[in-house]
Design a protein around this ligand. Structure first.
Ligand SMILES: Cc1cc2nc3c(=O)[nH]c(=O)nc-3n(C[C@H](O)[C@H](O)[C@H](O)COP(=O)(O)OP(=O)(O)OC[C@H]3O[C@@H](n4cnc5c(N)ncnc54)[C@H](O)[C@@H]3O)c2cc1C
Ligand code: FES
Length: 290
């Protein structure tokens, strides 16, 4: 099946597996990092893609939930083997998931979605709010020239500079900051209460950087919708390319149910597109915000 408008096109390109938890540890307030072994997925998944996950045998929730690729784990000879995701405890799935132990079983299907588009600029600015940092780590590793992703491993031009702007309610919600620092990216933090970094919005940090920046910059962002809208508007005003990774709720993840639609500009009008198939990453200029 080669018609990308047909659901089976996506289903046929994803793998489905039952995997065992290798590690499920708390990394920040209400935030956990989960690792499982799945060499087929680890080999193929790209930065910005996601997987659907459900707890094997569970009926609450019955349907899976989307989680972004956080990182892949290499074995001793450098072959991708494990997959890391990071999640905020929010509702039914994540409340149950955070109680699971090593060895317990999960059903996953992926890799899904388009992932981040090919890089366009020398300076990549990643802007994340809340749990929106999760799709950024693999991208940072790739653009810093530390890792390649995909099968066969794709070659992406290295950025001259990668800046990671990350905002959360308070310091205890910031998760994975060390991971980003280890990539060599410049890390700029913001918290609503001033407990770490800039007191205020992550968009304040972005404004400062864009004001000082001359040219050849691109922005990627992920987080709460008002933040993504503000980042998109800032980037568009300044003529800076911007990719937005949406976190729209999803039921199937493979293009069938249309629960995940976003309004996307099509010529002079707009149409609904599926975040799971046409996204989750969209060009900011095409998104029609409510
Ligand atoms: C492509 C993609 C990647 C994602 N990656 C991650 C990730 O890496 N880590 C992570 O923690 N989360 C991620 N999410 C969001 C995550 O899938 C949802 O928060 C999920 O619903 C949590 O499941 P739950 O059963 O715990 O909560 P649910 O029971 O589904 O929901 C709990 C509450 O949150 C509300 N809600 C659910 N989803 C959303 C949403 N997207 N936006 C606003 N409100 C919502 C519900 O209405 C409900 O009130 C991603 C979403 C998408 C689409
Ligand atoms: S989640 Fe079903 S079509 Fe996108």
């Amino acid at each position: 099946m080669t018609n990308p408008l047909h659901a089976s096109y996506y289903a046929d390109h994803a793998l489905q597996a039952t995997v065992s938890i290798v590690e499920n540890r708390q990394v920040a307030r209400d935030t956990f990092q989960l690792r499982f072994d799945c060499p087929d997925l680890a080999r193929r998944v790209l930065p910005g893609q996601f997987l659907m996950l459900r707890i094997s045998g569970a009926t609450d929730p019955l349907i899976g939930r989307p989680l972004a690729l956080y990182d892949t784990v290499l074995d001793a000879d450098g072959t991708p083997r494990g997959v890391d995701v990071m999640y905020l405890v929010k509702g039914n799935l994540t409340t149950n998931l955070c109680r699971l132990q090593t060895g317990q079983r999960l059903d996953i299907w992926g890799p899904l979605g388009n992932g981040f588009a090919d890089p366009a600029a020398k300076h990549l600015i990643m802007v994340a709010g809340g749990i929106g940092q999760t799709p950024m780590l693999a991208l940072a590793r790739e653009r810093m020239g530390l890792r390649s992703f995909g099968d066969p491993g794709r070659s992406v031009p290295q950025a001259e500079r990668v800046t990671f702007c990350y905002g959360a309610r308070s310091a205890d919600y910031l998760a994975g900051v060390d991971d980003f620092q280890q990539t060599g990216a410049e890390v700029c933090l913001a918290t609503d209460d001033g407990s770490l970094g800039h007191r205020g919005l992550v968009t304040d940090l972005l404004c400062e950087i864009l004001d000082a920046e001359e040219a050849d910059t691109e922005v990627v962002c992920c987080g709460p919708e008002p933040m993504m809208k503000a980042v998109s508007e800032l980037a568009i005003e300044r003529g800076v390319p911007c990719q937005v990774s949406l976190e729209t709720p999803m039921a199937c993840g493979i293009g069938i149910c249309f629960t995940c639609v976003a309004k996307v500009a099509c010529g002079a009008t707009w149409d609904y597109q599926r975040t799971c198939v046409e996204g989750p990453v969209f060009d900011a200029r095409r998104l029609v915000w409510e």
